[in-house]
Design a binder for this molecule. Structure first.
Ligand SMILES: [Zn+2]
Length: 207
């Protein structure tokens, strides 16, 4: 497979990653595609640190919107006039593929590499943790997107790059309770008999 095809697949398909459970059993689990990461970053404001205690998080990530707008604009302006009408009617994943296979290949590769990089830099290390939130008791967060109800685990581990270094935390998408710093995160993990350990391993490795 050539580089362009590989890049396009990364945008739209879910790669499998191997996790190892407490009992030593390894399991292959799907992870988010690049476009899912982008969508996720748009709808969750997890990159914003701090916030007021008990206040609702404002789920907007401006840079994710900027990336999406850049993709749409670039695709539109570099496509042939003839293709623009078709492109505009396609969802972003199909639009990217349709466009990339019709423009100069080196141009498509360069843009895809660039977008991949900026998407990965958004919130590459957010990971969902199975189990009930120790604060509100909920296990699932249900999000309405394009008329569909999407179920996600309520707890998500976050890694944020701040000026002073890497910050790890866990946030509940339902009640917005946050646990900040490795000690607090370990406490949450300890109260859950879930995949928290392997998520934390990833966090620490990524540190
Ligand atoms: Zn909660």
């Amino acid at each position: 497979m050539n580089e362009l095809q590989e890049l396009l697949d990364e945008f739209t398909t879910n790669p499998l990653t191997t996790i190892t459970r407490d009992n030593g059993v390894s399991e292959q689990v799907p992870t988010m595609s690049l476009l899912e990461r982008l969508e996720d970053a748009k709808t969750r404001g997890l990159k914003s640190s701090g916030g007021t205690a008990g206040g609702a998080k404002i789920p907007v990530n401006a840079s994710a919107y900027d990336i999406e707008a850049d993709m749409i604009r670039t695709i539109h302006t570099t496509a042939s006039v003839h293709d623009r009408y078709t492109l505009a009617s396609l969802p972003l994943g199909e639009r990217l593929r349709y466009w990339a296979l019709r423009v100069d290949e080196s141009l498509a590769v360069a843009w895809c590499r660039y977008w991949k990089g900026v998407i990965l830099s958004l919130d590459a290390s957010d990971m969902y943790i199975r189990g009930a939130c120790p604060h509100c008791g909920d296990t699932e967060y249900i999000e309405a997107r394009d008329g569909e109800m999407i179920r996600k685990d309520a707890l998500v581990a976050t890694v944020t790059q701040l000026n002073e270094g890497t910050h790890v935390g866990v946030v509940c998408l339902v009640c917005a309770h946050e646990w900040n710093g490795l000690d607090e995160v370990m406490k949450v993990a300890g109260s859950l008999s879930t995949n928290a350990d392997c998520v934390l391993e990833c966090l620490v490795v990524g540190d």
